[in-house]
Design a protein around this ligand. Sequence first.
Ligand code: SOE
Length: 382
Amino acid sequence: MKKLRIGLIGTGFMARAHSNAYKRIGDFFPELEYRPVLQAVCSRSPEKVKAFAKQWEYMAHETNWQAMVNREDIDAIDICAPNDTHAEIAIAAANAGKMVLCEKPLARTVAEAMPMVEAVENNGVKNTVWYNYRRVPAVTLAKQVIDSGKLGQIFHYRANFLQDWTINPNLPQGGEALWRLDVKAAGSGVTGDLLAHCIDTAMWLNGGIVDVSAVTETFIKERIHQETGKMEPVGIDDACIFHCHFENGSLGLFEATRYARGQKALKTFEINGEHASIRWDLHDQNRLGYFDHGDDSVVRGWRNIHVSDSDQPYIDHWWIPGVCIGYEHTFVHHAADFLKSLETGEPCSPTFQEAMETQKVCEAVLESAKTRSWQDTNVSWI
Ligand code: SOE
């Protein structure tokens, strides 16, 4: 059994999701040649990192990311720290010859993402970005259905990511847990945080986005900053809507917000083709909606496919057909695919290069909203 010694940076929500994935792989993907080893975890707070290491059974802990990146007993650096740290850590890790797994979005801007791509490519190190929703079995199945050509020509792609957790004006910005509200740390609001997921899924399923026209809104203009204690302007987009053209000629419509009262993490897509349509939502993630116009009229209608059978994507690694898996499994699937890519030598998609294409769309969306104009994305999607 070969080992992949992981150096995890961060101790928040995503650090837990990734750690859980590494711990589950050996039990559920026993055929893989590689096993992750929880070698070391790193965070600035000595108390937090010690407690995290103990809880998740990391063998060592660090409080300085440079020290972590330079450890000789680490093969792969996994970045789960806020967005403003991704570039510096990823570039240093790649230059130290480490593989790099990075939480989404890759960076705050395209300018920041470009040297990250160069660093992993020039150093020839494996890399991937955790756009985990591709690996929901129903979403992977959607990709298979679309690639089989069953939908025919695609006309429409519609996607949402709706939340409601920042409606309270007293919620501060910045600092731990709330860095997503601080533009300096996050780069943007819902565009980089939520629409980036939708864009990654969309381009994977439906090809490149050519140009965009967007509107954004910041509903709460000022919030106390946790680090300064002062009321400061809010620089992030609280909500964003954009429409676009895809390379294949279809039209796209996207919306993300943190102000949709009652919606907690409603990520959705619907694709309408010439012969068939497909739809999915995260609140009912094991089901895939499918409508085929070619069905006999007596049974024609939306099918509600419970994606839980052993010949459907990833399911044979889990329980018996019909019982469900959930959110955490998407990270296990991604980590398993990463380990598999070490065996095959293939890239583990989305790579830094692909994630940079998503970044280009995000940037074009923000620019379009700012300038009230259509923007080309300059995406090259393979
Ligand atoms: C934001 O609330 C968030 O945690 C995102 O940062 C994640 O990427 C998304 O999957 C769930 O929502």
